[in-house]
Design a protein around this ligand. Structure first.
Ligand code: GLN
Length: 507
């Protein structure tokens, strides 16, 4: 790898965009630099399930030629990107980390993907995830786990550990993730990257394989707040193909990310999201962040959201109910795997379906389908699903009340730093608790952002989470940009994963 290539992969997406616009570099050079880095480092990390060398290079050639011919493009034209393997992509497989979709090639692009293509962003490949985005460590991928570039014995979080690890290790300048209960923000915290879950409906879900439709939202995975805003602007906005898409412009997020001014801003510390059960180094970095925001002119109040005590339990009824319904489409008839039961001469459709789903789905997916089917079954529906929907309304009401006292809420993003591979794999409850601070936002549909806030006592990254009211995503970018600027001044530059500064796979 030449030094100029490695220099390119060290730049943020905004810096790359400037160099591309001024003609100092080309998309072909930038894209090749990232592909080289993937080739040299991803054997160890396994952040990609599929790398599209040819497609990415062809897109780079195309954007360079069109730019050369005088065509004007949006901000990130020519900057390559990685996409979570839950989004449909023409010309590349979409597996969702599951055997049931092994080798499946979608016939159409997700709206997010077509917007990336239209914006001239070459797609490097598809990133690893827990099967159908169910998990908090990326260990539930049927194709093997992703490792954390800060410590390869540890997980990068999940479900979007592939996107987060790729960005943290500089295998991609930016990536797209999805967040149903925390899958953008929690991996962001565990890998020291910026992750944003936009307001529900702010980014189209068309062509994103559904996990739990009322909670799923795609968003940016980046190294800086400004890069996240630039990407969010490209993928966001109304889409007639998604019936839950908001018919409203994306709030002024890029301007907010450039502003970063918290003077006079009211910041609410959520009493229920922190303290007991949170690692001491996580809590310490969070409290320092709040102190810095105060120094910068924000006023801090404590807010209480009592219903959050039930948020995790509520999520684990609503989400599996929707999972059980959404995953019914994998019936061995329409697409994906088809397995014939052994020793059955003339199997019925139901027998093929059962054999296929047994072979194609992993344990965590099966666990949730069973849980959801039970919660929705007659006789139990009111007690479980019905009650969960009521608590969901209480969570939204608690947020409404909190936002009467504060413009933005803050909390640690995850209760711990990156945990060891295997540590929580046999203990679903311990895994689920990783999302205790991120889930309330999904239940209420509000936007959230995780920003790297330093390293804990174990030398691993900590994330601080910002939450804002529905459709006030710009507030997240403004407040996070202010804190980011102060932290970068304090650190003298971004905190980098060991694998981000090497071009060699450590022995
Ligand atoms: N970790 C959570 C779960 O397992 C969230 C997943 C997600 O956001 N996709 O459901």
């Amino acid at each position: 790898m030449s030094s100029s290539d490695s220099d390119l992969t060290a730049l943020t997406a905004a810096e790359l965009a400037d160099k591309l616009a001024s003609g100092e570099t080309t998309s072909v050079e930038v894209t090749q630099a990232f592909l080289d880095r993937i080739d040299s480092l991803d054997g160890e990390l396994h952040s990609f399930l599929h790398v599209d060398h040819d497609g990415a290079k062809a897109a780079a050639v195309d954007v360079d030629a069109r730019r050369g011919a005088g065509e004007s493009f949006p901000s990130l034209a020519g900057v390559p990107i990685a996409v979570k393997d839950l989004l449909c992509t023409v010309g590349q497989p979409t597996t969702c980390g599951s055997r049931i979709l092994e080798g499946w090639q979608p016939p159409y692009d997700a709206t997010v993907v077509s917007r990336l293509r239209r914006a001239g962003m070459p797609i490097l490949g598809k990133t690893n995830l827990d099967e159908f985005a169910m998990g908090s460590s990326t260990e539930h991928s049927a194709y093997g786990p992703t490792r954390n570039p800060w410590d390869t014995d540890r997980t990068p979080g999940g479900s979007g550990g592939g996107s987060a690890a790729a960005v943290a290790a500089r295998l991609a300048p930016v990536a797209v993730g999805t967040d149903t209960g925390g899958s953008i923000r929690q991996p962001g915290a565990l890998t020291g990257t910026v992750g944003v879950k936009p307001t529900y409906g702010g980014v189209s879900r068309y062509g994103i394989v559904a996990m739990a439709s009322s909670l799923d939202q795609a968003g940016p995975v980046t190294r800086t707040v400004l890069d996240a805003a630039l990407l969010h602007e490209i993928i966001g906005g109304h889409d007639p193909m998604d019936s839950t898409s908001l018919d409203a412009p994306v709030p002024g997020i890029v301007e907010a990310a450039r502003r970063g001014d918290v003077s006079g801003l009211r910041i609410g510390v959520v009493k229920e999201l922190g303290g007991e059960g949170f690692q001491s180094g996580v809590q310490a970095r969070f409290e320092e962040s709040v102190a810095m925001l105060t120094e910068a002119g924000a006023t801090v109040v404590e807010v209480s959201c009592p219903s959050f005590a039930q948020a995790l339990a509520t999520y684990y009824l609503v989400m599996p109910s929707e999972v059980s319904s959404n995953l019914a489409r994998f019936d061995a008839m329409r697409y994906g795997l088809r397995v014939f039961p052994e020793g059955v001469g003339d199997p019925s459709a139901e027998q093929v379906m059962a054999a296929t789903r047994d072979a194609g789905f992993g344990d965590e997916v099966k666990r949730r389908i069973i849980l959801g089917t039970y919660a929705l079954s007659s006789g139990y529906y009111d007690a479980y699903y019905g009650s969960a929907q009521k608590v969901r309304a209480l969570v939204a009401r608690d947020f409404d009340r909190a936002f009467e006292q504060a413009d933005v809420l803050v909390s640690p993003t995850a209760p711990t730093t990156a945990f060891k591979m295997g540590e929580k794999l046999d203990d679903p409850m311990a895994m689920y608790l990783q999302d205790v601070a991120t889930i309330p936002a999904n239940l209420a549909g509000i936007p959230g952002l995780s920003l790297p806030a330093g390293l804990a006592e174990d030398g691993l990254p900590v994330g601080v989470q910002f939450l804002a009211p529905l459709q006030a995503d710009d507030r997240l970018y403004n407040a996070a940009a202010a804190l980011e600027r102060m932290l970068l001044d304090k650190w003298g530059g971004p905190l980098l994963a060991p694998l981000a500064t090497t071009s060699e796979v450590p022995a």
